[in-house]
Design a protein around this ligand. Structure first.
Ligand SMILES: [Zn+2]
Length: 89
């Protein structure tokens, strides 16, 4: 599945300052829970923002989709939770 975000702003993960200054975008590949028994891979286009806080060490950061993605994560949050549950059982 292909998807893209439309959020006009995102909070810097380091200083929490909200930024509306989009810098660029890139596509992430995120494995999600199966649909109809079939493997699901999201080709998710997310934006990169510039942090406006001069005192912050982070110049740019990629937006995350709450409840779906985490930084550097290749699995969606629901799939990661499912795999952890199976692993612990
Ligand atoms: Zn920042």
């Amino acid at each position: 599945m292909r998807a893209r975000t439309r959020t006009p702003q995102a909070a810097c993960p380091q200083c929490a300052m909200v930024s509306r200054r989009g810098d660029s975008s890139h596509e992430r590949r995120v494995c999600d829970t199966a649909v109809g028994g079939q493997e699901t891979v999201l080709h998710l286009r997310v934006r990169r923002f510039r942090c406006g806080n001069d005192d912050c060490g982070k110049r740019t950061f990629a937006e995350q989709v709450p409840g779906l993605t985490v930084r550097y994560g290749r699995y969606s949050t629901p799939l990661r939770t499912l795999l952890q549950t199976i692993g612990l059982a």
